[in-house]
Design a protein around this ligand. Structure first.
Ligand code: ZN
Ligand code: ZN
Length: 100
């Protein structure tokens, strides 16, 4: 599996473009990854997550959540009859709330 970040190197300057210097090993100043994500959505996808998903060939009949699991970054909840998918951390959270 090739992760996109394997080919990227932090440069010491925040990748959102704000110019803040960040520690070695970090791409972003605290929280700026979310800013960059939102800016990308605004700049290229008309602020629409539906457009972003469709642009990558996903939609109601080709689930993006399953693709996240296939990528190895997400997992499926082992609970019976549960279709929850998410990161290992979010599955732990979900299982606590769902009590299974
Ligand atoms: Zn920044
Ligand atoms: Zn579950």
């Amino acid at each position: 599996m090739t992760k996109s970040e394997d080919r990227l190197m932090p440069t010491g300057t925040c990748w959102c473009g704000c110019g803040t210097e960040v520690g070695l090993g970090s791409f972003f100043s605290q929280g700026h990854d979310k800013i960059a994500e939102a800016a990308l959505l605004a700049a290229r996808y008309e602020n629409s997550v539906a457009r972003l998903i469709a642009q990558h060939g996903f939609g109601p009949h080709n689930g993006i959540r399953e693709a996240a699991v296939e990528s190895g970054h997400w997992e499926a909840c082992p609970g019976a009859d549960c279709n929850y998918l998410g990161t290992p951390a979010s599955i732990r959270n979900h299982r606590k709330k769902a009590q299974h």
